[in-house]
Design a protein around this ligand. Sequence first.
Ligand SMILES: Cc1cc2nc3c(=O)[nH]c(=O)nc-3n(C[C@H](O)[C@H](O)[C@H](O)COP(=O)(O)OP(=O)(O)OC[C@H]3O[C@@H](n4cnc5c(N)ncnc54)[C@H](O)[C@@H]3O)c2cc1C
Length: 369
Amino acid sequence: MRSRHVIVGGGIVGLSVALAIARRGEDVLVLDAGRPASTLRSAAVVRTIAADPMLAVLAQLSLSWFERWTEDGDGTSPFEQCGVFVVLPEESRSIRMSAIDAATGSAELLAASGYVPPRDGLVYHDRRGGLIDPIRAVGALQRAIQINGGRLAAALVTGIESRHGAVSGVTTSAGSVPADIVIVAAGRWTAQILGDLWPGSPFDLQRAEVATFASEGPRPELPLIDLCRGVLVRRWHDDGLLTSLRETTPVSFADDAEQGCDIEQIRTRIEPVLQSRLGRVTSQWTAVYDNALDDRPYVGAIGPHLYVAAGFGGFGFKLAPAIGLLLADMVAEVEPALDVSAFAPTRRATASCLRDFGLREPESAGVSA
Ligand SMILES: Cc1cc2nc3c(=O)[nH]c(=O)nc-3n(C[C@H](O)[C@H](O)[C@H](O)COP(=O)(O)OP(=O)(O)OC[C@H]3O[C@@H](n4cnc5c(N)ncnc54)[C@H](O)[C@@H]3O)c2cc1C
C-alpha cells in the first residue's frame, strides 16, 4: 500500500487535501478509521462572514470553489447557494470585516423569511453563503479523488514511522504503510496520533447538540446562524429542520460517550426564534468541536514531510477547499498563494477574546457554525 502522500483522516478536510493533491497528478492514499467524526455530524452551513479576516478570506476562496462544484455524472452539486442569515451581537460592530461590508441585511428580511428578529443584534444576509449536504459532499469528494487516481482505505492509524529522522510512513492496526509525506487531518484525534511529535497543540473541545425535526407548517427557507441567541437552524433534506446548539462548557475525551440531546432545551431556545412549535424529533446526535485556543486552525508542517490540518472548530466546511489547495502547495514546496503562517501548527495558541463574534464568556451561548 505504499504511497507518496498518506493522509490520515477522511473527513471533509482530509478529503479536500487529498483531492487537491490528486488533481496535480500526485499519488495519494487516504486512510480512515470510521470514527464518529464531525464531518457527518455537522450542520454544514457555509458563510463568508467571520470575525477573523484571515478566515473570511479563506471562506471566500472556498466559496468560489463550492460555486463551481458539480458532481460527476449528473451535474448537480452538494452545495446549494441559498444565502444565509447571520445575526451578530452588537459588540461585533467594532470588528472590521470586508465580508460584512459587502453583506446587507435587515430585521424585516429576517422576519419575512419566517424568523423572529432578535431584540438587539445586527442582521446580515450573506448572499453567497448556503447549505452543504455532508453525506453527498463526502461521497462526491471520495469519487473525485478516485477519478483523479487517488486511493481510499479503511485503517486505524496508530503512529507515525520515521527512519534516520525523516518520516517513512504510518503504523496502522493492519501493519505499516510506507509514505514519503504524511498529512494528519484526523480532527480531534490528531494530537493523539502524533503524540510527542506535536507537543503544545491544545484543543479546546466543545460539545454540540444537534436534532432534526419534522416540519409542521411553514418552515424558513434560509439558514439562520444567530450568535445573539446561540442557535442555528437550517433545512434538512426534503421536509425537515436541523437545529444545533453549542455548549460552551469544554469537554474532554472522557466525555466522549454517545449522549442524547436535551430536546426540551432545544425547543425552549429555538421555538421563540421560529415562533412556532418544532415537530416531532426525527433524529438527534451530539458532536465535538476541535477548536484551537485562538480559534485558528492548525495548518502546516510540524517536521520534515509531516503536516497537520486540524483544529477547525466550527469552520471545517467553510474552509476545507481553500485549505486543500494551500496544503497541496505546501507539500509540493510551492509558496502558497496566501500567507498562512498565522495557522502554523507549531505556534503556541493562546485564548482569543472573541469566539467568532460570540464573546468568549463561559456563561454565554455560542452556536455551531
Ligand atoms: C455540530 C457541528 C456543527 C457544525 N456546523 C458547521 C457549519 O455549519 N459550517 C462549517 O463550516 N463547519 C461546521 N462544523 C465544523 C465542521 O463540521 C468540522 O470543522 C469539520 O467537519 C472537521 O473536519 P475534519 O476533516 O477536520 O475532521 P473530522 O470530520 O473529525 O474527521 C476526522 C477523520 O479522521 C478519522 N480518524 C480519526 N482517528 C483516526 C485514526 N487513528 N486513523 C485513521 N483515521 C482516523 C476519523 O474517522 C474521521 O473520519 C460543525 C461541527 C459540529 C460538531
